[in-house]
Design a protein around this ligand. Structure first.
Ligand code: NAD
Length: 435
């Protein structure tokens, strides 16, 4: 069910269900977070509408010739939410249920994330409604090159710079860079970030999001009076973000007692051996069946008895139906949009500290920015320079959001969103409205 018809049907069904039952979708969540910030800042309706609406979006049909000789068609998107503060920036997601509204929400969150961390970018996101696990490397290369050709007119190192997200990686970025460069007639390393180091990628980019999540998680645990070396954690998602976050947390002394992926979950109250688990995942493709843990229900991971919960998979997993059962004291959002506004309210009432995505997982875009700076200067930094600059930026944003929230008695999410929206609005006002 991953071709164009199936994608259309599932997205239409999801939209219909959402509007019937007023179920939160990533876009309704993102818009409701924005509305709260706008009300707090007292901005007018015109500015609100502008910030709620992407500046530019492109939908493309992407045909793929399979290895068998048959062909398939997939739907793809690139949404540029805002470029008041600089070129648009955001990841590219390959997943069967990708749809335009999800990409719009993810692009809006990128705008706030870049503004909050004060990197000179606007926000964008791309998506292709494809299940990469169903395709060979040759097929993924062809579909990536064709998708890149389709969105070529709106991307560029000074326009919009893609990066990896769910289902894409540094190899995907290398194909995008090559396709773009061949079309331009010269090599353009700054067109993507998250490239392989041998093609101009930055030291530390691959693990940057997870390092940032860990810096914030350790600061948040200490803030609520928990010593990391005596704390426990559960991590949902064991991909690019979750696996390294589990590793760094465990290296910092946190006992990671439960981990999940889309196939299931495992737990071990004595602490999972993350190195051994990673080897198991490399060999089998899933955390399921790991000998060093007991099987756990995937949904139960979110309500596992731990101090720290790190959702690092997909949107909307913490919702009205399970927020009352979350046992963690601190939730640090490795994923984008894992918590619905209803769950946010419930957890705030219960005294759970939720560190929002636009702060917690910003390590990736910070080092993407470092990579873009290095690529444009053709001058490369050492890994320790990248890591110390990343830590400094993450912790200074944490202090800034915490101070803003405490002064005004706001949740960290509302504080972070308001700070970011204020910066974007200021840039917009200074530039003025053309014509
Ligand atoms: P990935 O594809 O590398 O890994 C995703 C992981 O989540 C996989 O282990 C998958 O099995 C698991 N998963 C999927 N659905 C699940 C479910 N319902 N329950 C439990 N596990 C599930 O993707 P990633 O790059 O690690 O991205 C994860 C999240 O982090 C996404 O929300 C992404 O937007 C966000 N993010 C990624 C980056 C980055 O640099 N890669 C940066 C910022 C934010």
């Amino acid at each position: 069910m991953t071709d164009v018809l199936a994608a259309t049907v599932s997205s239409t069904a999801a939209d219909a269900a959402a509007s019937d039952a007023h179920i939160a979708t990533p876009l309704t969540d993102a818009r409701s977070q924005l509305a709260e910030a706008i009300a707090l800042l007292g901005y007018d309706n015109g500015l609100h509408q502008m910030l709620a609406t992407p500046r530019r979006e492109l939908s493309v049909a992407v045909p793929l010739r399979l290895d068998s000789g048959e062909s398939r068609l997939y739907l793809g998107y690139r949404v540029q939410h805002n470029f008041s503060r600089g070129p648009a920036k955001g990841g590219l997601r390959y997943a069967p249920n990708v749809n335009l509204d999800e990409v719009r929400a993810l692009a809006m969150w990128m705008t706030w994330k870049c503004a909050l961390l004060d990197v000179p970018y606007g926000g964008a996101k791309g998506g292709l409604a494809i299940d990469p696990r169903e395709h060979s490397t040759a097929e993924l290369e062809r579909v990536t090159r064709r998708y890149t050709s389709e969105i070529l007119p709106i991307i560029g190192p000074e326009r919009d710079i893609p990066a990896p997200d769910i289902g894409t990686d540094e190899q995907t970025m290398a194909w995008i860079m090559d396709t773009y460069s061949v079309n331009m007639g010269y090599t353009v390393p700054g067109i993507v970030t998250g490239k392989p180091i041998s093609l101009g990628g930055s030291q530390g980019r691959a693990s940057a999001t997870s390092r940032g999540v860990t810096h914030i998680a350790l600061a948040a645990l200490r803030h609520v009076g928990l010593e990391p070396s005596r704390s426990t954690a559960a991590v949902q998602g064991f991909g690019k973000v979750g696996a390294d976050a589990a590793r760094f947390l465990s290296e910092a002394g946190v006992r990671v007692t439960a981990v999940s992926d889309q196939y299931g979950a495992i737990s071990n109250d004595a602490g999972l051996d993350i190195e051994a688990l990673s080897a198991h995942v490399r060999a089998t493709g899933s955390v399921v069946g790991f000998a060093g843990g007991e099987p756990l229900d995937g949904a139960a991971l979110l309500t596992h008895d731990v101090d720290l919960l790190v959702p690092a998979a997909v949107e909307g997993v913490l919702h009205e139906g399970n927020a009352a059962d979350v046992q963690a004291t601190v939730v640090v959002e490795g994923a984008n949009g894992p918590t619905t506004p209803a769950a946010d309210r419930i957890m705030r009432e219960r005294g759970i500290l939720v560190v929002p995505d636009i702060l917690a997982n910003a390590g990736g875009v910070i080092v993407s920015y470092f990579e873009w700076v290095q690529a444009n200067q053709a001058y490369w930094w050492r890994a320790d320079e990248v890591e110390s600059r990343l830590e400094e930026r993450m912790l200074s944003a944490w202090q800034c959001v915490l101070g803003y929230a405490e002064q005004r008695d706001l949740s960290l999410r509302t504080a972070a969103t308001a700070l970011a929206v204020e910066r974007v609005a200021e840039a917009h006002k200074l530039r003025g409205l053309y014509p």
